[in-house]
Design a protein. Sequence first.
Lengths: 113, 110
Amino acid sequence: ETGVTQTPRHLVMGMTNKKSLKCEQHLGHNAMYWYKQSAKKPLELMFVYNFKEQTENNSVPSRFSPECPNSSHLFLHLHTLQPEDSALYLCASSSQVGGYEQYFGPGTRLTVT
Amino acid sequence: QKEVEQNSGPLSVPEGAIASLNCTYSDRGSQSFFWYRQYSGKSPELIMSIYSNGDKEDGRFTAQLNKASQYVSLLIRDSQPSDSATYLCAGTGTASKLTFGTGTRLQVTL
């Protein structure tokens, strides 16, 4: 595996389900990010982790719960989501936080029914 | 005021022409700028980064940065149909957070 990988690529879940998104980076980076991309809106930063410590939570509802066990892995735990949470969820990594190039994974297309 | 602004397009250019994509930003403290290409249904792919005033060239792509006027542009020479995509401009402001524009959709016509 190279670059940034994400699983699953597609996910359909009901509003009462609990699911998790997984991200893994093979670039030796120290910073990882979760973004949400909805139609006609700019990419929205959700969470930032630096050396597995959370450095930013961009006012994300508590039904989204991130976890970063080490610098290579990032999870997004989902529970009691709303239909408006349907979007493309993207993971990215960079060598450090700040003005460094970010590389994205392929994303998880989430549909909440 | 949006932090990073782009014309949503679509910008239509004929094959072989130069495509010019523009972006303005509001945070004067922004230091680093990036252009990403995103094909429909895919994730953003980094194509250019620029950190200082002036031009930076990489193959058919040239990024231009003018910090005094707070704009960034991307020129694509000899445009190909495979260049048809949405181009996202992003900048890192004083909060060291990458902020994205909504993107410009480019269509290269035969």
